[in-house]
Design a protein around this ligand. Structure first.
Ligand code: BTN
Length: 266
């Protein structure tokens, strides 16, 4: 199936006029983008790979990145944001990915805090945001990596992931062009970053909450101390942290750890 923007990207190293670095294979586009950033690459540079040999996810997980069926890319950004505002980026990028999917497909994506893109409850994509601080009053070097299962058939998903993972193709029965998706996501990230830097996280948070796949649901939070807290999701707050009300009524502010749906209370 011809994918004109993908072909242009491979042939020219550009994507509709924006600087793009294309790899047939790379360890991780996030690692490559951060290295380019340290060497001075411009904000807005996108690093794309057909496949990754060591794709990374949140909590040091592996991101499977086989060729031909997924979108694996990282965007290099130098936003004028304070360190405590950086947690907002992952949520805002989630909104950007949903907007782009809604514009270019007939899908209805949802979000799971902090970084999952869902289709009918299955994970079709994830976001990995990493930052470094060059110092000398320079803006942080931020790399936003996105992995999206696009044309992946169910049979190509590892058996252990089949209950939880999905792809655009599995969800819709349709093949979508990776080039068009990539361009739409990059454009929407440009927009949300403008909004974030202008100080308008509130509007993005409201949009995130409209697509919150866990709103009001009972959750189990596996804390970094390896304890489990059961409670109801109250959604993310202004800082980007998730609020959970436990069974005793205590509100917990979650900034890391793993969240999963819990069995309903008896
Ligand atoms: C997650 O769900 O935990 C985040 C997954 C992020 C995967 C993408 S694929 C492109 C970029 N390069 C990486 O190594 N990771 C991100």
């Amino acid at each position: 199936m011809s994918d004109p923007l993908w072909l242009e990207l491979r042939a020219t190293g550009r994507l509709a006029g924006r600087p793009a670095i294309y790899y047939e294979t790379v360890d991780s586009t996030n690692t490559a983008a951060m290295a380019l950033g340290r060497q001075g690459a411009a904000s807005g540079t996108v690093v794309v790979a057909e496949q990754q040999s060591a794709g990374r996810g949140r909590l040091a997980r592996q991101w499977l990145s086989p060729p031909g069926c997924g979108l694996y890319f990282s965007l290099l950004l130098r936003p004028h944001l304070a360190p405590e505002e950086l947690a907002r980026i992952t949520l805002a990028v989630g909104v950007a990915v949903c907007r782009a999917l809604e514009q270019t497909t007939a899908l209805a994506p949802q979000l799971k805090w902090p970084n999952d893109i869902l289709l009918h409850g299955g994970k079709c994509g994830g976001i990995l945001t990493e930052a470094e601080f060059p110092g000398n009053d320079q803006p942080p070097l931020v790399v936003v990596g996105i992995g999206l299962n696009v044309t992946t058939p169910a049979a190509a998903l590892p058996v252990t992931l089949r209950q939880k993972a999905t792809s655009l193709f599995i969800d819709s029965g349709r093949h979508h062009h990776r080039g068009a998706l990539l361009l739409a996501i990059c454009r929407e990230i440009d927009r949300i970053m403008e909004q974030l830097v202008a100080g308008d996280f509130g509007t993005l948070l409201a949009e995130w909450r409209q697509r919150d796949g866990l709103a009001g649901q009972r959750l189990a939070w596996l804390t970094p101390q390896h304890t489990v807290v059961h409670g109801v999701s109250l959604g993310p707050d202004q800082s980007g942290a998730l609020s959970i009300r436990d069974d005793a009524g205590t509100i917990h502010t979650v900034i890391s750890g793993d969240i999963s749906l819990a069995a309903p209370s008896p």
